[in-house]
Write a protein that binds this ligand. Sequence first.
Ligand SMILES: NC(=O)c1ccc[n+]([C@@H]2O[C@H](COP(=O)([O-])OP(=O)(O)OC[C@H]3O[C@@H](n4cnc5c(N)ncnc54)[C@H](OP(=O)(O)O)[C@@H]3O)[C@@H](O)[C@H]2O)c1
Length: 285
Amino acid sequence: MRVTIFGGTGLLGKALTRIWQGDELTSLGSIDADIRSPQTIKRVIEQHRPDWIVLAAAYTDVDGCETNQQLAFDVNTQGAIDVAEAAKDAGTRLLFLSSDYVFDGEKLSPYEIADPRSPRSVYGKTKAAAEERLLNILPECCIVRTSWVFGVDGKCFPDTMLKLAASRSELAVVDDQRGSPTYTTDLARAIQELCHSDAKGIVHVTNAGDCSWFEFARYILHKSSSSVLVKPTSTEKFPRPAQRPKYSVLSPTSLHKYGIHMASWTDAAQRYLAERASRTKSVQH
Ligand SMILES: NC(=O)c1ccc[n+]([C@@H]2O[C@H](COP(=O)([O-])OP(=O)(O)OC[C@H]3O[C@@H](n4cnc5c(N)ncnc54)[C@H](OP(=O)(O)O)[C@@H]3O)[C@@H](O)[C@H]2O)c1
């Protein structure tokens, strides 16, 4: 199988590029292929003739999207639409990465794939609009919604907590937003399996279980033997430009249909810490 990844230089894209085995892979960053240019997308697809496109490229700065709304739309919605149009013309399958932020967070039980979208942030709105258009353009496309992504290839929540813990004695972390942390390695493996399974429609892919940001930080710091004191705080006391869902746990039913079962987020967090430590060691040597 030939696979082209847009967003190959990002947190998930780097993990996809590293773990994907047995297929012919082309991994592209924004310098290689800016998805705001339909001509570039067309040229890339004509050149590589992929069986699958994995569209992980996005403007992911959730707060930045509130102020740079045009950029958010151009990349996350129009860019995705243009990739889908080009994939349709070339007869290429498309897997699009979407987000738990397409939901408002008012539900009290895990979101199912058929639950209505009701995004509150600009980022969530651009992803929700892309989902709707893609399902019209390419009804056979696969939309993978994921959440709270972390991994060793870039900036992410546990990395930020570990860096802050190195210079502070106390950290306050919000305890009133719940979701499922998702390790890039596990997400990348599931994406490869979904492509091999000819997946279609919306699929929720996160590590199993859920927590608040406070619980996630406390677990990471405890497992790395940090002595920093982690205290719970509220979203109200820690305002951000973009509104986040209070609860955005995604039900795994759609993923289980493909026989894919994800490890718990605690298991994933431990593997992340081990991988991070071994990278730090190899950089030091
Ligand atoms: N991180 C999360 O917590 C999270 C949660 C839910 C869903 N997602 C979704 O999962 C996907 C991967 O996220 P991530 O965390 O890996 O993102 P990321 O680390 O921010 O990486 C974004 C990627 O998109 C590329 N990109 C940005 N603008 C582009 C453009 N105009 N044309 C082409 N490529 C462009 C970047 O390329 P360069 O670096 O080369 O500029 C980079 O490779 C995204 O669709 C995101 O919305 C992420």
